[in-house]
Design a protein around this ligand. Structure first.
Ligand SMILES: Nc1ncnc2c1ncn2[C@@H]1O[C@H](COP(=O)(O)OP(=O)(O)O)[C@@H](O)[C@H]1O
Ligand SMILES: [Mg+2]
Length: 421
């Protein structure tokens, strides 16, 4: 049995995800799901009764059913997909073994891996995504972490300004995207005591669209830069570029302010990203094991269409429909949904009570309508020095006021992400 009180909520989520991988079949999963009104969902309480023997049994049934060696007669693509699936199941099983062995899983072990990508998004412009990215990057670089910040606001690049660059740097991401520089390394700007910067240049025509393969390559090469952390400053809106970068990140932070349009758009951003993630499972490059299951694809597509008053479509509807029509795929879809767990930061917070209400409403509606956990990381106050940031172009705010409120707020957030001790 796993004692829930021993684990932080983020660890419980990872345990739950691992269970989703191991309890692949509806049969194996049935005793552990809470069924309400035809809906089956893997909830935390099932951990109270789960035993190591049950995990072992479910693991064995996975091996029997999915191990590539048992499918040697199938086409290569199928064997390859099964191999990838078994790899996930093996990791999940090892992780659960550590949990049942009473060894506390150490999330920081994973977090400290090389090249972790953190995306800072949120649909509205002007809410502080870039200024927070720049200053978080500053703090991380100062604390000795090799950090690269990347301006991915292709339509309104200004990250360089918050890092003290008066003019658009001589090399930018565009030079890499337009193949002027073949190596991403060549467009990284290195400044002493600052995070490394890959700046953008939105004044160049055509820079706002990145072809799919280029996007993929960019992400691969970002991870190869040798940095500990890469922070992506995303643009406003919910265009595909922005959503794809957010989804590809290991950690996604959604920024909002206390203004109603900002938190409504923050919710819309989260919802659209989840929908894009679920639809992406059936795209040609996807490694999702049920990618070619057309009935499942139709259900997912139907439930992720824009809702109208006659067809309110929630993720709960999707789970119910999958449960009814494709029960074997339910754990897989639930796993993908659970795997999407963005963080929330409230910026320009001048009233903690109002911030509490925004967080309560936003996390609540995400849980009810989308069945996902949004975790509040913290708030950043409304700081005068940030308002005037662009007037002091030489020094990023965090560098100018090391003991100030901004550094305090951001350090709290970074500690919660376990980037800081
Ligand atoms: N916490 C804050 N306190 C005071 N001013 C802020 C704060 N966050 C952002 N600002 C102001 O908002 C402006 C826009 O922020 P920016 O990071 O460029 O937004 P975005 O990237 O979301 O479009 C900044 O130039 C700064 O003046
Ligand atoms: Mg910005």
């Amino acid at each position: 049995m796993i004692r829930q009180e021993r684990y932080a909520r983020s660890d419980l989520k990872r345990i739950q995800q691992a269970c989703c991988h191991v309890f692949m079949h509806a049969e194996a999963l049935r005793p552990h799901t809470a069924a309400t009104a035809g809906r089956a969902a893997l909830r935390f309480p099932f951990l109270e009764t789960l035993t190591w023997e049950q995990v072992q049994k479910a693991y064995r049934s996975n091996v029997l059913r999915y191990h590539p060696d048992r499918h040697q007669d199938k086409p290569y693509a199928v064997i390859e997909r099964l191999g990838r699936h078994m790899e996930k199941v093996n990791h999940a099983y090892e992780y659960l073994a550590a949990c049942f062995g009473r060894k506390s899983p150490c999330p920081s072990e994973e977090l400290c891996g090389a090249g972790r990508i953190i995306a800072v998004g949120g649909a509205k412009g002007g809410i502080g995504k870039s200024i927070l990215t720049a200053n978080m990057g500053m703090l991380m670089a100062e604390s000795g972490l090799k950090t690269v910040v990347v301006d991915l606001d292709l339509g309104g690049s200004d990250l360089h300004i918050y890092l003290g660059e008066r003019v658009i740097p001589h090399v930018t991401l565009n030079d890499y995207l337009n193949r002027k520089h073949a190596n991403l390394e060549d467009v990284v700007l290195r400044r002493p005591n600052r995070p490394h910067l890959i700046a953008g240049n939105s004044s160049e025509v055509g820079s706002a669209n990145i072809p799919f393969m280029r996007k993929k390559k960019l992400l691969e090469n970002l991870r190869k830069l040798g940095a500990d952390y890469i922070i992506l400053d995303l643009g406003g809106g919910t265009d595909y570029n922005t959503l794809d970068f957010f989804l590809a990140a290991d950690t996604g932070i959604v920024v909002t302010t206390l203004d109603q349009p900002a938190y409504i758009e923050a919710y819309a951003f989260i919802k659209t990203a989840l929908q894009r993630k679920l639809r992406g499972l059936f795209m040609a490059d996807s490694t999702f094991i049920c990618r070619d299951n057309h009935q499942l694809k139709d259900i997912v597509y139907a439930c992720t269409e824009p809702a109208d008053e006659h067809h309110p479509r929630t993720i709960e509807d999707l789970l119910i429909s999958v449960h009814r029509n494709q029960p074997l795929s339910l754990p897989l879809i639930a796993d993908e949904i659970l795997g999407f767990s963005p963080y929330l930061v409230v910026n320009r917070c001048f009233d903690p009570q109002a911030a509490g209400r925004v967080v309560y409403n936003l996390t609540g509606v995400a849980l009810r309508r989308l069945s996902i956990n949004v975790t509040h990381l913290g708030s950043v106050g409304s700081h005068r020095e940030l308002e005037q940031a662009t007037s002091y172009l030489h020094h990023p705010v965090a560098a100018r006021k090391p003991g100030g409120g901004l550094v305090h707020d951001l350090s709290t957030i970074l500690r919660r992400l376990e980037l800081f001790r």
